[in-house]
Write a protein that binds this ligand. Structure first.
Ligand code: SAM
Ligand code: SF4
Length: 330
């Protein structure tokens, strides 16, 4: 799959559910209306769709959400996708998770060939954690991280930089990550979906400021490490760990984009920061063979835009992307 700008699409992110056991303030409003369960692709349909993408050249597959590990029978999907790791068609199967279910699932994930996880933690302060996630429990997440570590999984911590909430804590989190052997990525808050009473401009903290601040405490060495994604990486000399910055607002990261995203209802988004989509559920359900799905995917890839349209400022009253991050997955 090659898009009109010559970018090879080899990375698929699948949001397996829009539901979550947390309600992070920057991601969701407290009273979310979730999709009716009947609209969701079944585990078997998700598996079939992922397999079509793998046959079209996807080498890296990330399951996300909502919280992927709260989807019923998620381990059946992972077990079944692991056959593509064994055959060598798929190079990596991984997840982005809030960590709440890792005590239960970490060992099974490792047994099915998962080697790496992204675990999202925005603070190590119990009360702040409760405030940010509304429903989360830090100790449960830390226990999950330990289970993942014991199962031999490599861990990257995802932290959203939140103005006035965790900016004073990022350097301690980086030290903690380094001490535990975790890499870390700091993410700029993105304007996606209505989040209720809070406003984006109050949450938004440009990573240029974060980087300046961290440079006072650590030696940040730019490195060439790339995942085809938006993160730009540095090596922290003092800890040896990698630190990535995802800066959709201060820098545009689209020129090397290698990814597309599928939602739990089978909608394909060619860009996280644009609304254009393609329905894959209808061709999936209407025919037993895969020809119609393949045609729909190929047509959609030809519409992959050059880049996103994110903007956060006081004059922009409406979120440029109306769906929540939990719909398309981070
Ligand atoms: N529930 C899982 C988790 O939190 O890791 C997976 C889904 S979550 C939507 C994926 C990532 O997106 C998380 O790291 C989360 O912090 C991030 N995220 C959610 N909403 C965001 C926003 N508006 N801007 C930037 N990052 C966001
Ligand atoms: Fe749930 Fe992840 Fe969104 Fe937090 S960021 S509400 S854990 S989907």
């Amino acid at each position: 799959m090659i898009d009109p700008f010559g970018r090879t699409i080899s990375y698929l992110r699948v949001s397996v559910t829009d539901r979550c056991d947390f309600r992070c303030t920057y991601c969701m409003s407290e009273n979310m209306t979730f999709l009716p369960k009947k609209d969701l692709l079944t585990i078997e349909e998700l598996e079939r769709l992922c397999t079509v993408f793998i046959n079209l050249g996807v080498k890296k597959l990330r399951l996300t959400g909502g919280e992927p590990l709260v989807r019923k029978n998620i381990m059946n999907l992972i077990a079944s996708l692991s056959r593509h790791l064994i055959s060598g068609k798929l190079e990596e199967l991984t997840l982005t998770t809030n960590g709440s279910q890792l005590s239960k699932y970490a060992q099974q994930l490792a047994d099915h060939g998962v080697k790496r996880l992204n675990v999202s933690i925005d603070t190590l302060d119990r009360e702040k954690f409760k405030k940010i996630t509304r429903w989360g429990d830090l100790d449960q997440v830390l226990a999950g991280l330990n289970a993942a570590k014991s199962a031999g999984l490599n861990i990257k911590i995802n932290t959203v930089a939140l103005n006035g909430t965790n900016n004073d804590e990022l350097k301690d989190m980086l030290t903690w990550a380094g001490n535990n052997g975790y890499d870390m990525t700091i993410i700029e808050v993105m304007p996606m979906g209505d989040i209720g009473s809070e406003t984006r401009i109050d949450q938004y903290l440009p990573l240029t400021a974060v980087r300046n601040d961290l440079s006072k405490h650590f030696t940040l060495e730019d490195i060439d490490y790339r995942t085809g994604g938006p993160a730009r990486y540095t090596r922290i000399k003092e800890t040896g760990g990698k630190l990535g910055f995802i800066t959709p607002l201060t820098h545009n990261f689209c020129e090397s984009c290698n990814r597309v995203r599928v939602t739990c209802t089978g909608t394909l988004y060619m860009c996280l920061g644009q609304d254009d989509d393609a329905d894959l559920k209808t061709p999936l359900r209407e025919s037993e063979g895969d020809e119609a799905i393949i045609t729909a995917i190929r047509e959609a890839i030809l519409r992959k835009p050059k880049g996103h349209d994110f903007i956060i400022d006081r004059n922009t009253a409406v979120e440029p992307v109306t769906r929540h991050m939990s719909v398309t997955g981070g």
